[in-house]
Design a protein around this ligand. Sequence first.
Ligand code: FAD
Length: 350
Amino acid sequence: MDKFDVAVLGAGISGLTAAHFSVNEGFKTALIDPNIPGREGSYNSAGIITRQLYTKREILLAIESISILGEIIPDIDVVTYDRKFITIEDEKTAFQDYRFYRKIFTDVDIYYYGELPGDLSSINLHVNEAILMSYKDLMIDTRETLKKIYEGIAGNKNLKEYRLRAVKISEYEEEEGYTIYLDNGEMIKSKNVILALGAWNKYFVEKSKIYLPISTYACIAVRFEVDGSIPVSGSDEINYLYWMKEGDNRIIAGEYYQSTPITRPEKVKEINLENREKSVIKSLMDRFKNIKDLRFIEYVIGPCSFPIGKRPLYKELMKNLFLIDGLGGYGFTLGPALAKETIDSITTRL
Ligand SMILES: Cc1cc2nc3c(=O)[nH]c(=O)nc-3n(C[C@H](O)[C@H](O)[C@H](O)COP(=O)(O)OP(=O)(O)OC[C@H]3O[C@@H](n4cnc5c(N)ncnc54)[C@H](O)[C@@H]3O)c2cc1C
């Protein structure tokens, strides 16, 4: 039976980043996923990594994730669409957020109604609304990003890949760690295990009678071709909308609260998507004076796991068994930093 220092279950953004740091620490690492790495949950992310978040902890994680991605992918500019990000909020909230962000990062500006600079003037801002602008965030092509992270570790002498489903995990044994059972009947042993199964974590650990405070939702966005111009990527907290520029005439956009609860991650495939793009188009046309037409390209849909209560859910579930979960719509924003934290804590023990 193969034995490892670290077994990473799940090869989305969290698992791939964890595997990257694990092999680079010199740990004998197993990466287990039935799919091609980076081709399931994370594959359909919009790719917004912004520091305009709700808590100091999340902002620090986002700063760390931006720095990690730059380190892992030396030619990150090739997969980066933009660095600027705006949030539209009511004036009072925007000012409070501005003061909060300024304590943590300084490249943030606030613009009020009637004072919009340059190309932001093409935004329909209403009385009592304001815009927060930050300049060093990351808008990325997630599919290419995942591919690059995977290519950076594929073939590494410390890595063994299993293109298989993990079925269950044993109790911890003092000498050997955990036994992981795979769906072809094979078993492997690992001293440390990282559960980076995204929305699948909850269902995997239930077999071991561990219940995670997680809700599973289908997150949906739409890819459009645009006639006209959108000046910058951003989110509109008034209309519960987010959008990301993909080059000059493409955007990906979605609504915050249109996520649909699902009973299992696979159920995303059964969601009725008919006309889902209509309200996104309406909100975007209302906000941007320069848009003349938005042509539907495709829906992007994937399972998201939202924590009930505090987020994200990162913890040592049992001895040497680590969980990265509850990333909601922020897996690229929080996942890389949490993956590094996990490997750092394993490093202090091995
Ligand atoms: C439409 C949409 C837009 C989004 N936009 C953004 C955004 O702009 N910014 C942002 O930060 N986040 C965004 N997200 C959220 C982000 O995509 C997720 O939070 C993130 O992908 C979660 O990554 P993960 O690595 O934790 O899990 P996943 O990427 O879901 O990876 C889990 C992996 O586990 C594998 N797996 C499942 N079961 C097993 C098993 N039994 N054994 C082994 N492997 C298994 C799966 O094949 C999969 O590869 C968006 C999501 C969607 C759907």
